[in-house]
Design a protein around this ligand. Structure first.
Ligand SMILES: Cc1ncc(COP(=O)(O)O)c(C=O)c1O
Length: 448
């Protein structure tokens, strides 16, 4: 296995650390998506669009902090703000101005945001959004869509690629029973509401399942908004990935569809841990203590690191930069160039597959479907069958190993392009892509 051997030969330090890690961390990893056989890379430092592993290998990075780093690693404004905050203190156990400024930025940028509550992650944000929706409507159930990912807590894990099977282990039946998972069609939504009256909210990834890997149909957001408004159902847009990336106001800023609640994380905190629920004051008010001792139900929400000063300072700095739509456009232009270039290579080599995406994201399917024309593809232009089938797991593993050995770190079959990826990065990635496909073909992983 030349591809695997090549990877082993060029990553001895990562192998050593992975062996140590395996003794104390299940699989040696701390996030399921980092698991890779024979072992994962161990990174030592990063800057801009690059990172370097413990063996000194240099990578063009498309993981980009799982999508947090629209501005690249160590953006000067973010680092300066975080460093200044570090010197002033990292936890005051009290309110502080940075959290107010952070919330003001969210309200200014995100159309649905009237009020904000910070959490420590996107998972916590969706958990809180659902609890708020249940409290507001008095209904315990929720509807989510097939493959849409909203973090790993019990209410959203079913129907996602991290579920660990059709019935996710460790989740109580009662919890699973409160969740309807349906395909993203209005027929499926209507049919569910026709047969269940316990559902008070709908949550979705507004660009489509798994960061836009499988798109939702055209006009679905608009139709869903009209339906939920008519039925008094709380609509939650999970913009953890798309927020501040699709536009300064996320997908809702582009589509002109305003949900009741929005969940945010990733870019929100500029590469530090942080999340938020933002939305209609009427719903968010359930987090408030009633000054008049009134009867409105109070949703409890502690959280040691909510709006911690370090994340808040980094977040304020980051949002101050991404408010300029040139940032999102720059990343999207580079991503378009990359997707088109990668398709040209597939086309030139006669290899079936496709590289597609929206805004500054990137999804790769290789070895199945048809040979693409040399073009950039929006997911809606592609066959749902091909998108839903995705990659064969061994083909994807070999692609990851081959690309890593050639200095490119993809995020599984996806990637996030930042505003600081350069022409040279794209040129290097295209060379690595072509060489990887050649290697995969010569090893019989790809036909032809
Ligand atoms: C759409 C979406 N929602 C929620 C989450 C969970 O966020 P976190 O990993 O910060 O818990 C993610 C994480 O990737 C996500 O992509």
């Amino acid at each position: 296995m030349a591809i695997e051997q090549d990877y082993i030969d060029t990553h001895p330090g990562s192998a050593r650390l992975a062996a140590r890690a395996g003794a104390v961390l299940p699989n040696g990893v701390t996030h399921d998506s980092r698991y890779l056989r024979p072992f994962q890379i161990a990174v030592e430092r990063a800057a801009g669009s690059h990172k370097w592993d413990v063996d000194g290998n240099d990578y063009v990075d498309y993981v980009m902090g799982h999508g947090s780093l629209l501005l690249g690693h160590n953006h000067p404004a973010v680092i300066e703000a975080a460093s200044a905050q570090l010197a002033r203190g990292t936890h005051f156990g009290a309110s502080h101005e940075m959290e107010v400024r952070w919330a003001e930025e969210v309200v200014r940028l995100v159309p649905s945001a009237e009020m904000v509550r910070f959490t420590s992650s996107g998972t916590e944000a969706t958990l809180m959004a659902l609890r708020l929706a249940r409290t507001f409507t008095g209904k315990p159930g929720l509807l989510k869509f097939t493959r849409h990912f909203h973090g790993w807590h019990d209410y959203v894990i079913s129907g996602s690629s991290y579920a660990g099977g059709a019935v996710p282990p460790g989740v109580p039946d009662a919890t699973l029973g409160s969740v309807a998972v349906v395909p993203p069609t209005m027929d499926a939504v209507r049919a569910t509401f026709d047969t269940r009256d316990d559902i008070g909210c709908i949550i979705l990834e507004p660009a489509g399942a798994s960061s836009g890997t499988v798109p939702i149909p055209a006009n679905f957001l608009q139709d869903l908004r009209a339906f939920t408004r008519e039925r008094g159902v709380v609509l939650i847009m999970d913009e953890v990935v798309t927020g501040f990336r699709w536009s300064p106001g996320g997908v809702q800023g582009v589509e002109g569809v305003t949900p009741d609640l929005t969940t945010l994380a990733k870019i929100l905190a500029g590469g530090f841990p942080g999340g938020a629920v933002a939305g209609r004051k009427e719903i968010m008010d359930h987090l408030a203590f009633a000054a008049d001792g009134g009867s409105r139900a109070k949703v409890g929400h502690p959280g040691t690191f909510n709006a911690n000063p370090l994340s808040a300072a980094a977040g304020v700095a980051c949002l101050g930069v991404v408010t300029n739509p040139d940032v999102q456009s720059q990343a999207a232009v580079t991503a378009t160039q990359l997707r088109a270039g990668m398709n040209s290579v597939l086309c030139g080599m006669g290899i079936p597959g496709v590289v597609y995406g929206q805004a500054s994201d990137l999804h790769v399917i290789v070895g199945t479907g048809t040979v693409p024309e040399a073009a950039d593809y929006h997911p809606r232009s592609l066959s749902l069958d091909v998108l839903e089938k995705g990659n064969d797991s061994n083909t994807l593993r070999m692609l990851q190993l081959a690309m890593l050995s050639r200095g490119v770190h993809l995020f599984g079959a996806s990637g996030f392009v930042s505003a600081v990826h350069t022409e040279a990065d794209i040129a290097h990635t295209l060379e690595a892509w072509e060489a990887s496909l050649v290697a995969m073909r010569s090893e019989g992983v790809l036909a032809g």
